[in-house]
Ligand binder design. Structure first.
Ligand code: HSE
Length: 425
């Protein structure tokens, strides 16, 4: 039986979950995979946390060099998060000839090219299933099972915190700040929630996933990003009446004219499968030229779901000859021939606060017409608190046309302001 030595860097939520799975399933992997996976070291400053999880004190280290020089360690699992010291530790593990399994989306998104180059140089494996969408096996699906496709699009709910907040706001009518506080209390949202609520976390994941789909590096700096902190209960309710659910969507499309990548709150028709992905669940919906539509759904975070992805990578690494690197040239920047579409097309929801006066509606719609924007639906709402609201859904139009039309509408007599602009799928 092959013995496989593992070192875990960080025994936080995911590291703890990984340790638990490996310990509890050790006999199972011996029987089913013919491998004995042994945790040889953990790098953890909080000794008591490691001991509480059942780690033998002799295996707890606080110096990465000890792991790199331990001949019993074959695979290093990095679950620390952030760039440093994770990057230095991963590079030193690879340079010491250890394969690496990481859950670190920010690290892989920003430095995947450097990690992969170092892994190849040292003939080591580099695995990152847990970096995107926790327990949902989207990376392996794109790398292996679906690799025969030319991907047309990828669309996903790939951040659980924001999906939890938007679901609660929609179902219970609570405000953004109330739900955020509750999510922080329950440990779903970080004390500093910026990375989740402003869409950075989703942008890192979209960068990784769309690079795999479109076979060129998609730097996260090319991704249009807008978070959920300005979404109001009014918009959620008006959208609901028109048959839409609100989601923070990550969208990548490869049309003939270029690649567009964006993360933003989106109204999506309530019958779309993604509209029914609620609470902290995640889902990724990809469209390939051969397979057509595929949706993967599950837990995007959490100790055991993310641990499941990590342990899957450990077993894959231990039982396969050679390694799976990216199926594209994993460089720092996109292939020079890649064209990014910034002025993308979408339908839009506009909420315009107006005075209830003759001619205001026609002025607003004629300004939309002036910018070539065709109106699909208009509803007038007067809920007594916000005054008269025009809720407008447009047909597909260009982003820049909407920006210009919004500026013109804001400058129109009888219009208080364009209170919200939300893209619609
Ligand atoms: N903060 C992430 C989320 C955790 O809310 O989805 C997993 O990346």
């Amino acid at each position: 039986m092959k013995k496989v030595g593992v070192a875990i860097l960080g025994l936080g939520i995911v590291g703890g979950g990984t340790y638990k799975i490996l310990s509890e399933h050790r006999e199972f992997y011996k029987k089913t995979q013919n491998i004995d996976v042994v945790v040889e070291n953990v790098l953890e400053r909080r000794k008591e946390r490691a001991i509480e999880l059942g780690v033998e004190p002799s295996k707890i280290v606080n110096d990465m060099a000890e792991i790199c020089s331990n001949p019993e360690v074959d695979i290093v699992v990095e679950v620390m998060g952030g760039i440093e010291p994770a990057k230095t530790f991963v590079l030193s593990a690879l340079n010491a000839g250890k394969s690496v399994v990481t859950s670190n989306k920010e690290l892989y998104c920003k430095f995947g090219h450097e990690l992969e180059k170092t892994a190849k140089k040292n003939n080591c494996g580099l695995f990152y299933e847990a970096s995107c969408v926790g327990g949902v096996p989207i990376i392996r699906a794109l790398l292996d099972n679906l690799q025969g496709n030319v991907f047309l699009s990828i669309m996903g709910i790939i951040n659980g915190t924001t999906n939890y907040i938007l679901t609660k706001m929609s179902n219970e009518g609570s405000s953004y700040s109330e739900v955020l506080k509750e999510a922080q209390k329950l440990g779903y949202a970080e004390a500093d929630p910026t990375s989740d609520v402003e869409g950075y976390d989703a942008a890192y994941k979209l960068s990784i996933l769309s690079s795999m789909c479109f076979r060129t590096k998609i730097p996260y700096t090319e991704i249009y990003r807008e978070g959920i902190s300005r979404i109001s209960n009014d918009d959620i309710n008006y959208g609901k009446k028109l048959g839409y659910a609100i989601k923070l969507l990550a969208i990548g499309k490869n049309s003939g004219s270029g690649i567009e990548v964006r993360v933003h709150p989106t109204f999506i028709k309530s019958e779309h499968p993604l509209a029914n992905v609620n609470d902290s669940y995640n889902a990724v919906y990809v469209t390939g030229d051969s397979v057509e539509d595929v949706m993967l759904y599950g837990r995007g975070a959490g100790a055991l779901p993310t641990g499941s992805a990590i342990v899957g990578d450990i077993i894959y690494c231990a039982t396969h000859q050679g390694f799976n690197y990216s199926t594209f040239k994993n460089t720092e920047f996109a292939d020079p021939a890649t064209k990014f579409v910034k002025n993308f097309e979408s339908a839009y929801y506009l909420r315009v606060c107006v005075e209830d006066k003759v001619g205001v509606l026609s002025k607003v719609t004629s300004l939309l017409g002036k910018h070539g924007i065709s109106v699909a639906q208009v509803v007038q709402e007067n809920d007594g608190t916000n005054g008269l609201q025009l809720i407008i859904i447009t047909h597909e139009t260009k982003e820049n046309s909407v920006k210009k039309a919004v500026d013109d509408i804001n400058a129109t007599a009888g219009v208080a302001n364009v209170a919200s602009v939300i893209r619609v799928v």
